[in-house]
Structure formats: structure tokens, C-alpha cells
Design a protein around this ligand. Structure first.
Ligand SMILES: Nc1ncnc2c1ncn2[C@@H]1O[C@H](COP(=O)(O)OP(=O)(O)OP(=O)(O)O)[C@@H](O)[C@H]1O
Length: 382
């Protein structure tokens, strides 16, 4: 559902941002649009200006330019709405909770102050989605870092935002706490039809969560668009990363009880992964295929332990280090989704690989980049 005051559905906000200015010696120039659905990652190295851009969108700091949110002008040459008049929820790196209130007190605090008051139905949904039921009576001082962030997220949703801004909400947490909270984040945008602008410098988080990506380098937005398009764009540099990977949408079409394998439809081709059960049939999943797990052959291999072979066409071949090449591949079938293979220059020369060649891509390991059920870890199969 869409969070809305007084039970009235509110349209989620997309963003149209064009901001420039200085923060001390640091200059920012950010122009991008964000769709009104899903998770858009604001990605860049530490110190590249992500937080500065996020805070300016929220109106917490002032840069010149415009911020349009859906049909609302949050900022332009003539107007500057203060933060409390922008229909947004903001989740910081460290959850800033009211220490003197219980978990329940923190949750309803924001809702009480919002125009429609407390929406009991939404409160119950938030408690369920974020598994906050058992924590409600607890003092916030007794919560773990992950639990505190879940409360902070719940409190932000209950203020009826039309857009959520999250600034590295997992950065203060250890691996275990991150793994605990990621499944909640995965379901958040969909469950509440709430678009999320998500700041992170962790590509692993982004591969799991983001639908779209905005790249920030030295204060400038250098590219933006759908996640997989960016991950497989030869010009953007992800493809040369040692763990370069593509993230592709697939649908679970079956489950083999005897082998424990889920069958997925990927662009009309079939992929098998370690499955969790028949309950997943019909669900959308994202598959992560790392370039170094993909090998190429002119003929399909029959006597091999590799389970997944895909029909592909070579789109481009680019250098990726001294001995290796990144081969950009398009999947046969509707949509022509792209992924990469990392091969040695020697193998590429032996097979005389060239753009336009039709080949078989053998995938040594495919993993689900989303958790099938809350708390479940990434699955993979060979
Ligand atoms: N108020 C300010 N005055 C002066 N410099 C600032 C101010 N705010 C930010 N900066 C500088 O702007 C640069 C970008 O900082 P910012 O926090 O936006 O980057 P970031 O990409 O979010 O980094 P991180 O991932 O480490 O949080 C840094 O060099 C920072 O020191």
C-alpha cells in the first residue's frame, strides 16, 4: 500500500533534481531524475558528495537549483520548502531515536505529529513488515544496532512520506546485523509503494537492493539509469572490477523437490539455482552472475558438472587487466539482457572471439541476489 494520511492513497514521488553549489572547498553539481518506484542507489566512493546531495534534497542544507518531487516544487529559484514541509522520510547512518521513549513510543511519535494522526492499519503493517512486534515494549537503549535501524525505518514510514531518503543505513552495523536487516529493506519499497533514494558505497548492497543507480564522483553525477545497464556498461568501469557482476530479473517457474533446485525463467531461457521450496513459484527474483564465473564455448558442453548454459551473442570485447578481457554478452530472447564473461586474452584468441558471434555461456555459479524469505542467505548452485 501507499503510506497516506487519513487513509487517502498518496501518489509516491519521483524526483527531478538539478543542484549545484559549494560545501566549503567541495563543489557539487548534481542533475538526475529518480523514478517513482523502487530503490534508486546514490552510489560513489567515500567523500564523493552523496550525503551532501541527499541533505540538499531533504532541505537540510541549501544548494542552488531545483528539486521537484512528483508535482510539488520543493525548491526552485523562487521557493525553498523547509524539511518538515517535504513529504519525505529520512533514515540516517546512525538511528537517532528518542532514548526516553519505548520502541512503541518512538513508532507513534512521528505518526502523531503528521496531519492524519496515527493510521492504525499502517502501524500494524509496519510492525509486521519490520518484525517489531516483540520489541514494542523495549527501551530503545536495550536494542541492537540492527533493531534500532528497523525502528528508525518504521518511524519514518509512519510519518506518511511519499519518498524515503536513506543515508547508508547499514554502515554502522556488523555483518550479522546487515544480513538481518537487508531482507527488510528488500521488501520495503514494494510493500509500501514507497520509492527509496538509498546512499551507499557498497556495491554488494546495491546489487541486492537497487533497481536504478545514480553514480557520483567528486561531487558530480556522472551517470544514471537502470542498475544492470550501468553494471554492464563498458564505459562506466564496473566491468573492470575483480568481482564485476550482472544482476538480472528472473521468475521462478518450478521447484524440483528431489534435487532441491528452483527453476527460473531468464528472458525465455531456463536457469537452475539452489531453491528454498515450491512456495517461491511465480515470484520475481534477481540473479547475480559474476563475470569470472562465466566461460564461453562454441558448442554446448554435455559432459560437464555445469548446470546452467545460456545462448548468447557477443556485443563487445574490452580489456580488463593485463591478461584478461571483459566480454559483454546479450542473452538470446526478448529484452536482450546483458551480462559479462571474464576470459583470458589467450582463450579469446584461441576461439577467435568477435562481436556478433553466437556462443554458449556456461555459468559456474548463479546466485539469487535477493533473499527468498526474510533472514535467508544468498543461495547459489553450480
Ligand atoms: N558543511 C561542510 N563544509 C565543508 N565541507 C563539507 C561540508 N559538508 C561536506 N563537506 C565535504 O564535502 C565532501 C563530500 O562529503 P559527503 O559527506 O557529501 O560525501 P559522501 O560521498 O557522502 O561520503 P561518505 O560515503 O564518506 O559519507 C567531503 O570532502 C566533505 O568533507
Amino acid at each position: 500500500m501507499t503510506a497516506a494520511a487519513g487513509g487517502k492513497p498518496a501518489e509516491p514521488h519521483g524526483l527531478d533534481v538539478s543542484l549545484r553549489g559549494r560545501r566549503g572547498e567541495f563543489s557539487v553539481e548534481a542533475a538526475f531524475t529518480m523514478p517513482r518506484r523502487g530503490v534508486t542507489a546514490l552510489f560513489g566512493p567515500s567523500g564523493s558528495g552523496k550525503t551532501s546531495i541527499l541533505r540538499a534534497i531533504a532541505g537540510l542544507t541549501r544548494l542552488e537549483g531545483r528539486v521537484l518531487a512528483g508535482g510539488d516544487v520543493w525548491q526552485d529559484g523562487a521557493r525553498f520548502l523547509p524539511t518538515h514541509r517535504r513529504a519525505l522520510g529520512y533514515v540516517f547512518q546512525e538511528a537517532s531515536l528518542f532514548e526516553h521513549l519505548s520502541v512503541a513510543g518512538n513508532l507513534v511519535y512521528g505518526a502523531r505529529r503528521s496531519p492524519g494522526g496515527i493510521d492504525q492499519e499502517l502501524l500494524l503493517e509496519v510492525i509486521e513488515l519490520l518484525a517489531l512486534g516483540p520489541l514494542q515494549g523495549r527501551a530503545v537503549a536495550d536494542l541492537s544496532g540492527g533493531e534500532r535501524q528497523r525502528v528508525a525505518i518504521g518511524r519514518a514510514i509512519l510519518t506518511h512520506p511519499r519518498l524515503m531518503l536513506m543515508d547508508e543505513p547499514l554502515s554502522g552495523l556488523d555483518r550479522r546485523a546487515k544480513d538481518e536487516i537487508l531482507p527488510f529493506l528488500e521488501r520495503l519499497a514494494g510493500s509500501f509503494a514507497l520509492p527509496i533514494l538509498y546512499v551507499s558505497h557498497d556495491i554488494g548492497e546495491i546489487e541486492r537492493l537497487a533497481d536504478d543507480i545514480v553514480l557520483v564522483e567528486q561531487g558530480r553525477v556522472t551517470a544514471s539509469g537502470p542498475l544492470n545497464q550501468a553494471l554492464t556498461d563498458i564505459g562506466l568501469g564496473f566491468v573492470r572490477h575483480p568481482h564485476a557482476a550482472a544482476v538480472l530479473p528472473a521468475r521462478v517457474t518450478g521447484f524440483d523437490e528431489a534435487d532441491g533446485l528452483a527453476e527460473l525463467d531468464l528472458c525465455g531461457q531456463t536457469v537452475f539455482v539452489d531453491g528454498s521450496g515450491p512456495g517461491e513459484i511465480g515470484l520475481e527474483r534477481r540473479l547475480r552472475i559474476e563475470a569470472s564465473d562465466v566461460s564461453l564455448a562454441r558448442e554446448p558442453l554435455t559432459h560437464s558438472t555445469i548446470l546452467n548454459t545460456l545462448s548468447v551473442e557477443i556485443v563487445a570485447i574490452e580489456p580488463a587487466g593485463r591478461a584478461n578481457l571483459a566480454v559483454l554478452l546479450a542473452l538470446d530472447g526478448p529484452g536482450r539482457l546483458t551480462f559479462m564473461a571474464k576470459v583470458t586474452r589467450r582463450s579469446a584468441a584461441r576461439l577467435e572471439l568477435a562481436p556478433g558471434d553466437r556462443l554458449f555461456a556456461q555459468i559456474k555459479s548463479v546466485s539469487l541476489a535477493t533473499s527468498p524469505t526474510p533472514g535467508r542467505q544468498i543461495a547459489s548452485s553450480t
